[in-house]
Design a protein around this ligand. Structure first.
Ligand SMILES: [Mg+2]
Length: 199
């Protein structure tokens, strides 16, 4: 019978930030309205702008991100999960579309032990595998020994593109995208329990 879990623990686990480590931070509808853009990816819309309009829109986005980071709340089980990983010597990284400044604010606010943070200033956005590869290089681990955890389809697609095991955090929702995660968990507590199965 094939094993249901890999025989060894991962060398590193990479997490999405917004909606995964933290409760959802950003009100995307409000940001789009303030920036004066329609539906669709916000960063792509920003890249299509130029001159003063782009600078103004970018300033609005950064303000929203900074405000959200300053009042961010961790998802239940986050601190315990990170402690479980740390106790096993598993490295932790974060891959986020947010700005470096706002990611730093979140991790300092909650004093989270994160070894590597890859933000939109460092690499193209998920679903590109590139930010995940950047994190692996900085951590000195192989993609094959790394898990990618996230609550969005881009997290799972990026994990697949980087040939990593991916874990989708469902929050009890049913999956509305094609990419198949390696595992699915309802919350971060379930991921902690999964790691403890290795003991
Ligand atoms: Mg997310």
């Amino acid at each position: 019978m094939p094993p249901t879990l890999p025989e060894i623990l991962p060398a590193a686990v990479l997490f999405d930030m917004d909606g995964t480590l933290t409760e959802p931070l950003l009100d995307f509808a409000r940001i789009r309205a303030d920036m004066g853009i329609g539906p669709g990816p916000i960063l792509a819309a920003l890249l299509e702008m130029s001159g003063p309009a782009r600078l103004a829109a970018e300033a609005i986005l950064l303000r929203h991100e900074d405000e959200a980071a300053a009042r961010s709340t961790l998802n239940p089980g986050c601190r315990e999960l990170l402690a479980t990983l740390s106790a096993r010597g598993i490295l932790v990284g974060c891959i986020t579309l947010n700005s470096r400044e706002s990611a730093r604010t979140v991790f300092e606010r909650h004093r989270l032990p994160i070894e590597v943070i890859v933000t939109r200033e460092d690499a193209p956005p998920k679903p590109s595998p590139e930010p995940l590869r950047v994190a692996c290089r900085r951590l000195g681990v192989a993609e094959a020994d790394t898990w990618m955890v996230g609550d969005g389809r881009y997290d799972i697609e990026a994990g697949a593109a980087a040939t990593m095991r991916s874990i989708w955090l469902s929050h009890g929702r049913s999956r509305d995208f094609e990419a198949t995660p390696w595992r699915e968990v309802q919350d971060l507590w379930e991921l902690s329990r999964m790691l403890k199965e290795f003991e």
